[in-house]
Design a protein around this ligand. Structure first.
Ligand SMILES: *Cc1c(COP(=O)(O)O)cnc(C)c1O
Length: 355
């Protein structure tokens, strides 16, 4: 018996997207870390990604790496580490992104205790105002890092379009390369990796204008939803429908579009507003805010309009669909990144893998 709501995950499509992104980037001399943090460590999905040729995976929670310890791939921690997790970072991660000398020193001590080296990518803030050292401080901090026996400086990197919405361009990517060259020249070292951001940098790879020298990207949404994130455009030739959210219809009735009686607050304390569209055919799907983030799902059937939701009921306008639907039928939805995250976390939603 199938259980609803469920999330159907097409493993072949995700595998295809991984290979394709890897190829697109490799053609431009760029290696890719596949950022899997949205999957909450789901072993089936992660295995598929690794088997499709992803050699480095990015996670933000060390717990996921601990649970996936048996799988063979390079483990990149994409959230700068907490001081309190330094031991686990050195034990379970091969590489981490960093911006605080105090933490890097602690990582070094821990690595030395274990007679190993921990690799880091030093993050530089190019204006998005999330993590990273300021460009003017980069050389000084690298000088200090080079003193640390337990640390290998694998590269420098930046993260854009996450907090400030800053879009990667030739200007800020060029600046990152300039910082790398300045560090290399003034300290007489070689910095192998320049990590030029996340899925918002993909449009430059595709457009062929990513500056030469950017040789690493950390890609999540791009291979997961087939979309670049600078302008929110679909990427050609990638599957956009790897994930299908499915819910079951529990009621269909012709009802007015405006509630009857005095309007107070809805179940979430908001005062709802309604537009009078006359009588409409309405369907209720057994899916609600208790299951997932509902603001960001899109019916595959474009004739369906989402009217609203409470904790357990999703209300649809199916007037334009004729007699296509009846009680017990399944309605399919696309999800965005935020919704996918809430689905992966939710224990109410069955995960169904197809291959
Ligand atoms: C989440 C994350 C990524 C991946 O971002 P996408 O937009 O999903 O490609 C890359 N780098 C860092 C530091 C991240 O936190």
């Amino acid at each position: 018996m199938s259980k609803y709501p469920c999330l159907e995950i097409d493993l072949n499509k995700i595998s295809y997207n991984v290979k394709k992104i890897k190829d697109i980037c490799r053609d431009k001399g760029i290696s890719t870390a596949f950022v899997t943090k949205v999957f909450c460590g789901d072993e089936t999905i992660i295995k598929e990604i690794v088997n499709s040729g992803a050699d480095t995976l990015g996670e933000s929670r060390i717990d996921n790496f601990r649970r996936l310890k048996k799988l063979h791939f390079k483990k990149l921690l994409v959230r700068i580490p907490m001081l309190s997790e330094v031991e686990e970072v050195v034990e379970y991660c091969d590489i981490s992104l960093n911006s605080e000398l105090k933490v890097i020193q602690a990582l070094s001590r821990e690595a030395e205790n274990r007679s190993k080296k921990h690799s880091i990518i030093l993050m530089v803030d190019l204006g998005d105002l999330r993590e990273g050292v300021l460009p003017k401080d980069a050389i000084e901090i690298v000088k200090e890092i080079l003193e640390l026996k337990g640390i290998e400086l694998l590269g420098i990197g930046t993260n854009l379009t996450c907090y400030g919405g800053v879009i990667p361009d030739e200007n800020n990517m060029g600046r990152l390369l300039e910082i790398k060259h300045n560090i290399e020249e003034s300290l007489n070292i070689n910095i192998p990796l320049v990590s030029g951001g996340n899925s918002s940098s993909l449009y430059m790879v595709e457009g062929g204008n990513i500056p030469k020298g950017i040789n690493h990207l950390r890609i999540g949404e791009g291979f997961i939803l087939g979309r670049e994130t600078a302008f929110g455009k679909d990427i050609d030739h990638l599957h956009k429908d790897v994930f299908t959210l499915k819910g079951e219809i529990i009621e269909i009735k012709e009802k007015p579009s405006i509630p009857e009686g005095k309007i107070g607050l809805d179940a979430f304390g908001n005062k709802p507003e309604f537009e009078d569209k006359g009588f409409m055919k309405r369907a209720i799907v057994a899916l609600g805010k208790q299951d997932i983030l509902l603001e960001v799902i899109y019916p595959r059937d474009k004739k369906i309009e989402i009217l609203g939701a409470s904790s357990d009921h999703l209300i649809l306008n199916i007037t334009s669909c004729g007699n296509k639907y009846s009680v017990g039928d399944i309605v399919e939805f696309d999800v965005n990144y935020g919704c996918l995250l809430s689905v992966m976390i939710s224990s109410y939603i069955e995960k169904r893998y197809i291959k």
